[in-house]
Design a protein around this ligand. Structure first.
Ligand code: ASP
Length: 578
């Protein structure tokens, strides 16, 4: 080894030891008689001291070293006179007796320190320098710890990691596929997996019983903020299980991850039906770190000649704690906020419950004090609270109120990143209607089984059929989702036909799965966790980018290797592409 210790491990216990360290020069300070250098590696930073009086030549040479030079340094550990409590090595320094420049470095394009002056693009272009910075490095180390903890848990529970292929077949369900042209089969294409879904089901038919894989998945979707075209899942499947078994197994996993990685006990996960989540929180991934639940005001407000409420499919309210004193300006600003095209509301109605007990609303013309009192009690509002009301088309209004609730939660500081509230959302609908394609789509995917008790609705009222499908939600983020699968060929065929596949299409696309179901498919089910998202949640970060070593930017580009990029005419010809 070129070193005896790392830059993160020496302490007062090591005083007087002769050591050799290797690392990068983070910064140096020349104080005349002494030159101080911070030497950095993956493990930390150690202060080096070059003394002008005792070793003038060495000190002179040290002054010439540039940022990010790679050094090998020999010296003796000494106690520091002015200690730095922020560094693990802050009690000591190295009195350098000799050093070797292992490599020089060009001037880095941004400062490689905790806080950097580099913008996003520059950081991504020089990601290898960005990763030298503590926050990015720590994010990647955290990711490795989460992966190791997941592997430990799953291995202990008897799961086997099986790799599934990356070059597979394009299918029409779900998002768009990335496709890869085949040179040996010209005019034909592989697709990259959006998930190993069908393979893990085939592994159950194959008798593997408990499968997992930490696996890359690819979806060619329009990139919304913080989406990556390639991402990682902890993908799992089990045989001979009920939904209950799956929920318990993976609740166990997430509890273990929190324990190992954060030292936090998250306790037992509550369960909420999809219907309740939609009613009380306005979405299927409720952030239950705070209340402020949605209240349907319709029955209380209709028929009083206020056209906006009378014409609305939904009139919904939340009560915001302690916000009765919001100024007119703040309320106008909130009104503009709900009118943004993303939410598209036409306005915001409010009612103040003053701390003196008075009640006043922006629609006083239509509703008197007695009515306001009913609203307040229906919304669980107390003196000092502000009730915010939206009205309009059902789906849009519920969504807007759900966003407004989260916004108010943010403004009131109720969404603390170090508080973790996890839950299961269960009983999702099997299907959702798409106006765009005028047909039913699988809400989860076409392999999800309907609840046996809703089976009779499949023919005549498919929208009412609930699925054996579940999501795990943490702090308003869907971190995992899965289902009990169909394992019967006839039911699977029926499902494909409901989704608008002809028998021939279904056979062409998914024949391999339905054929497999003829050879003794066990009842099975599974789940997949969004691994990048889970890591960013553990790290308390909003973005998943820093938890991915080499992420793509918002246009799906890798600006470091400059990809995607054109290929040569020759390459194209070879592939049969013109
Ligand atoms: N394959 C599904 C997904 O990627 C998860 C599952 O059903 O296990 O969302």
């Amino acid at each position: 080894m070129l070193r005896t210790h790392t830059c993160g491990e020496l302490s007062l216990r090591d005083v007087d030891k002769k050591v050799t360290l290797c690392g990068w020069l983070q910064r140096s300070r020349d104080l005349g008689g002494m030159t101080f250098v911070d030497l950095r590696d993956r493990y930390g930073i150690t202060q080096l001291v070059f003394n002008m009086e005792t070793l003038p030549h060495l000190c002179e040479a040290a002054r010439k070293l540039g940022r990010e030079y790679v050094l090998q340094v020999e010296g003796v550990v000494a106690e520091r006179s002015s200690k730095n409590a922020k560094l693990s090595t802050g009690d000591i320094e190295i009195l350098v007796s000799s050093f070797v420049v292992l490599n020089e470095a060009a001037l880095p394009p941004f400062t490689i320190e905790e806080n950097t002056d580099g913008g996003d693009d520059l950081r991504m272009k020089y990601r290898y320098l960005d990763i030298r910075r503590a926050p990015v490095r720590e994010a990647l180390l955290l990711r490795a710890r989460v992966a190791a903890a997941a592997r430990n848990y799953l291995t202990r529970e008897g799961f086997v990691e099986v790799e599934t292929p990356v070059l597979i077949k394009s299918t029409p369900e779900g998002a768009r596929d990335f496709v890869v042209p085949s040179r040996m089969n010209q005019g034909e294409f592989y697709a990259l997996p959006q998930s190993p879904q069908t393979f893990k089901q085939l592994l159950m038919v194959a008798g593997m019983d408990k499968y997992y894989q930490i696996v890359k998945c690819f979806r060619d979707e329009d990139l919304r903020a913080d989406r990556q075209p390639e991402f990682t899942q902890i993908d799992c499947e089990m045989s001979f299980v009920t939904q209950e078994d799956i929920l318990n197994t993976f609740e166990g996993m997430i509890r273990q991850l929190f324990q190992d990685v954060k030292g936090v006990d998250i306790g037992t996960l509550p369960r909420m039906t999809y219907a309740d989540a939609m009613e009380h929180y306005g979405n299927d991934k409720p952030d239950i770190r705070f209340g402020m639940q949605l209240k349907d005001l319709g029955p209380l407000v209709k028929g009083k000649d206020f056209k906006v409420f009378d014409d609305a499919e939904l009139v919904v309210a939340i009560s915001v704690k302690g916000a009765a004193e919001y100024t007119r300006k703040q309320l106008d600003e909130l009104t503009e906020w709900v009118k943004r095209p993303q939410l598209g509301m036409t306005g915001l109605v409010y009612a103040r419950y003053g701390s003196d007990g008075s009640m006043k609303s922006s629609v006083d013309k239509f509703y008197g004090p007695e009515e306001l009192a009913k609203w307040m009690s229906h919304c669980d509002a107390a003196p000092g609270d502000l009730v915010l009301i939206l009205a309009g088309n059902e789906g849009k209004t519920r969504k807007a109120m759900s966003e407004l609730r989260l916004e108010m939660g943010d403004r009131l500081g109720l969404r603390d990143k170090n508080t973790f509230n996890c839950l299961w959302v269960v009983d999702f609908p099997l299907l959702e209607w798409s106006e765009e394609t005028a047909r039913w789509h699988a809400m989860h995917h076409p392999f999800t089984s309907p609840k046996p008790e809703d089976f009779n609705l499949l023919e005549n009222d498919p929208g009412k059929v609930r699925a054996n499908a579940y999501d795990m939600v943490i702090n308003g983020v869907e971190v995992g989702g899965g289902s009990i699968r169909i394992h019967d060929k006839t039911v699977q065929q029926q499902m494909f036909s409901l989704l608008g596949f002809s028998a021939d299409e279904a056979q062409a696309q998914f024949g391999f799965l339905m054929n497999a179901f003829e050879f003794g498919a066990p009842p099975h089910g599974g789940i997949a966790f969004g691994f990048d998202r889970l890591c960013s949640l553990f790290g308390g970060a909003d973005s998943i980018r820093d938890y991915i070593a080499f992420p793509k930017n918002n246009s799906g580009r890798d600006v470091m290797i400059d990809s995607p990029s054109p290929i040569s005419a020759e390459q194209k010809k070879e592939l049969g592409l013109h």
